[in-house]
Design a protein around this ligand. Structure first.
Ligand SMILES: [Mg+2]
Length: 173
């Protein structure tokens, strides 16, 4: 161990642009494309009623676009902190291999030792957590950083430090 702080970085909604995937899958299925402002404040399962089906389709996670700035941003954090990428994945068994391959492709500087694919995040410890879901931040004991996604945009609470993008992460951390 070293004396660096441990930072936990979420995958979906922080590294992987799952909204773009939901939009794409929905457009392929229904021909309609939902704009981000139409889904502001709605939980993902309400914004995209077939989202549960989509996340179980092969390729959903493997082909997700990366969130802008996340490659440089994660590399920056990795040089300064003990980074662990933590992702709820076991609910969707297909996602385990896809997430591992996806991470290796886009963030090759993150080693297998730095990846935690889990069920829930409530027993994961560290100093800072960056996540887009309150359910994960709320059971974390360290500093909570809320990464902005349409579903959490209306949350305004001093419990979380809101982060709008990866540039801001580099500036603040
Ligand atoms: Mg997430």
């Amino acid at each position: 161990m070293n004396d660096r702080k441990q930072i936990l970085v979420d995958m979906d909604g922080v590294l992987a642009d799952v909204y773009k995937q939901f939009q794409l899958f929905e457009k392929q299925e229904t021909g309609k494309e939902r704009k981000p402002e139409e889904v502001t404040g709605l939980p993902e399962y309400e914004a995209f009623p077939n989202s549960y089906k989509y996340v179980n389709i092969k390729g959903f996670f493997r082909n997700a676009p990366v969130i802008e700035g996340s490659i440089e941003g994660l590399n920056y954090l990795n040089n300064k902190y003990n980074v662990l990428v933590v992702s709820s994945a076991t609910e969707f068994p297909n996602s385990l291999k896809e997430k591992l391959e996806w991470l290796n492709e886009h963030y090759p500087f993150i080693t297998w030792k730095q990846l935690i694919l889990c069920g829930t995040k409530d027993s994961i410890k560290g100093d800072i957590m960056i996540d887009d879901h309150l359910k994960n931040l709320d059971c974390f004991e360290g500093e909570k950083m809320l990464f902005t996604q349409p579903h959490n945009m209306l949350i305004n609470s001093p419990l979380y430090k809101r982060i709008y993008n990866w540039n801001e992460i580099i500036e603040k951390l």
